[in-house]
Design a protein around this ligand. Structure first.
Ligand SMILES: Cc1cc2nc3c(=O)[nH]c(=O)nc-3n(C[C@H](O)[C@H](O)[C@H](O)COP(=O)(O)OP(=O)(O)OC[C@H]3O[C@@H](n4cnc5c(N)ncnc54)[C@H](O)[C@@H]3O)c2cc1C
Length: 579
């Protein structure tokens, strides 16, 4: 087996070193190996197939980024841009690639007059939110954590309940500076004609849709080196101060301006009507149905505390689910106390008319304005992934939840944690014009079940199966593009999405060197669980797209074969019994 560094030639390494200086480039395995682990647990689905880079390089500015991608082009070196590397699925998938770690490019500038923040690709959410509040503005932090890079997150997700009032990420991206895979710089919005990035649309075609698409390209179309983001006026005269420390740190709400409400809804129909009516009346800052397990996590001081409540409460949770579910609403008096009072009276009218019952809830924020709990919230059982996270209509959210619950309970529980009939997370987005749905699953990775019965294996199978049911039921799914294992080719999806996707990719990155490949999961499934291909009528990307193999040519042009160069730990891990 060749050593990692042997496949990045000395000439290429020297060229990279000449750009950034010896301090900011390395092929030390102790460092390169660390670029296969993001925020998720060890042995999670997304980690399979990740490859340690051959080289890590850290540019300081756009010019260095341009020079680096040009060197990568010249030497056919696939590369992966890295922001804060919170999501492990974001890591490189091709052996001996170059990790372009952007964390030195941490600029944060302000245009206070137009309420715009201009960030570099290494900047993370936490200082952005803190500085915004100092200046009388705010933004939303993603539920996954304010340790995520702002640009990396804006390009891929940027989801939270505040999307209801603040809109999805695409609507808040303004001027953008973008280094294409060939090293050319393209500027979008007002940056195209000036140095002021305050405007996102035009002149000329607005390419933000191409850049971000639906979920984003995960570094597949080059590198964003600057992004202007629309901020929002802070609804309070001063910054909210956190109380407590660490994971328990939270922002206490001044109750005259910002308030949570938990309503017990008598039926699913009442829940749907409430969500629609609140949006129609244009009140509220967030409207959602939160899975019961999250409420238990929110109330727990530790993982042990969580389990001491969750197990014994099964009967209670099942019986309360049979009769009601909770609609959670956040109201903000953006302009005044009177606004909050007005919105509260509208909300009460809606809820009383639907027979809802107001319950108690904590008046603070731990997750959406100031994010302090992300590291612990996601893993009460040790293992977690979302098999679905999709923006569509409210009807779609409810339908998709039912399909996925049936699939999970009939085939995968146990080992997946029984959530006692939970149909997933639903939140209104874009003032109710769209709805976000997420189906989260948990398992205990320490449970000794053996490889094919383990939580990880079943979670992954559920993830593959969920794409089959999306196609079979005509339900839209987030598992498209580079993350998809099947492509969306069912009749409900119109023209072959994969073909359009591939045309765009070919246009901007004909060599396929920017964060390849598209078909990571095809290869991993081929090797790890080939029977799923038959079970779920699975089609690989290369079957769906005739030209989807360029990255493969890039490897072979460097005398590299996929199988020959997988690191040893990859095979060791496949052979071992999990648990
Ligand atoms: C447990 C967990 C929970 C999560 N929950 C949420 C959530 O509630 N809401 C939410 O919005 N997100 C959530 N996420 C997703 C995640 O936090 C971020 O969207 C993602 O990790 C991006 O931030 P990052 O700094 O980690 O980027 P990275 O992991 O470094 O990169 C993300 C992707 O974008 C590419 N990329 C990074 N920077 C650039 C750039 N400058 N130009 C071009 N491509 C680039 C990378 O190649 C990579 O493919 C969650 C993730 C985890 C692990």
């Amino acid at each position: 087996m060749p050593k990692v560094t042997e496949k990045v030639s000395k000439a290429a390494y020297n060229a990279l070193q000449n750009i950034v200086g010896p301090e900011w480039v390395t092929d030390d395995v102790a460092i390169t190996e660390s670029y296969v682990k993001g925020g998720e647990i060890h042995d999670c689905i997304y980690q399979r197939g990740q490859q340690p880079p051959g080289v890590v390089v850290m540019p300081k500015d756009t010019e260095e980024v341009q020079k680096i991608v040009k060197v990568c082009m010249r030497y056919h070196l696939p590369y992966t841009p890295i922001g804060a590397f919170w999501g492990v699925h974001c890591g490189g998938k091709v052996p001996f690639h170059v990790s372009i770690d952007l964390s030195r490019m941490r600029s944060l500038e302000w245009d206070e007059k137009h309420m715009v923040a201009i960030v570099g690709p290494g900047q993370i959410h936490s200082p952005l939110q803190a500085e915004a509040q100092e200046r009388g503005m705010y933004t939303m932090t993603p539920g996954g954590g304010s340790q995520a890079a702002v640009i990396g997150n804006m390009l891929t997700c940027n989801y939270s309940p505040l999307n209801y009032r603040l809109g999805l990420a695409t609507r808040r991206i303004l001027g953008v500076e973008w280094v294409l895979p060939n090293g050319e710089v393209i500027r979008l919005g007002s940056l195209a004609t000036s140095d002021d990035p305050y405007w996102g649309e035009g002149p000329g075609p607005d390419l933000r849709g191409l850049l971000r698409g639906y979920l984003g390209w995960w570094g597949k179309v080059g590198i964003i080196t600057k992004m202007a983001i629309k901020m929002h006026p802070l609804f309070l005269p001063e910054r909210m101060q956190p109380v407590e420390r660490g994971m328990l740190s939270t922002l206490e709400f001044p109750d005259n301006r910002i308030k949570w409400y938990n309503f017990r809804m008598p039926s699913e129909e009442a829940m749907r009507k409430a969500m629609r009516e609140i949006s129609r009346c244009e009140i509220g800052a967030a409207v959602m149905r939160v899975p019961t397990i999250w409420r238990y996590r929110g109330k727990s001081h530790s993982r042990e505390d969580f389990w001491s409540k969750w197990g014994p409460d099964e009967a209670k949770i099942r019986s309360s689910r049979a009769t009601s579910s909770v609609c959670r609403v956040l109201l903000i008096g953006y302009t005044s106390e009177e606004q909050l009072q007005y919105e509260e009276s509208v909300l009460m009218d809606i809820m009383n008319g639907l027979g809802a019952e107001l319950g108690r809830t904590k008046q603070s924020d731990q997750s959406w304005i100031k994010n302090a709990d992300s590291a612990g919230m996601w893993w009460p059982a040790g293992g977690y992934v979302s098999v679905e996270f999709v923006v569509e209509t409210l009807e779609h959210s409810f339908a998709r939840g039912k399909t996925l619950l049936k699939e999970k309970e009939s085939k995968f529980t146990p080992p997946l944690v029984d959530e006692y009939g939970e149909e997933g997370w639903i939140q209104m987005t874009d003032m109710g014009h769209t709805s976000y749905f997420e189906f989260l699953i948990q398992w205990d990775p320490e449970h000794p079940l053996g490889k094919y019965e383990s939580g990880e294996y079943k979670a992954w199978e559920h993830w593959v199966a969920s794409q089959r049911t999306a196609i079979d039921h005509g339900q839209f799914t987030a598992n498209i593009g580079s993350l998809s294992v099947m492509g969306l080719t069912g009749p409900a999806f119109g023209p072959n999405y994969g073909e359009i996707y591939d045309k765009v990719r070919q246009a901007v990155d004909p060599l396929d060197i920017s964060n390849p490949p598209l078909d990571l999961h095809d290869r991993v499934i081929d090797e790890f669980a080939p029977k799923w291909k038959e079970d779920y009528n699975f089609q690989t990307w290369s079957e769906l797209m005739h030209d989807g193999k360029e990255w493969w040519k890039v490897l072979t042009s460097r005398d590299i074969e996929w199988k020959d160069c997988l690191p040893e730990w990859y095979w060791d891990r496949d052979d071992k019994e999990i648990g």
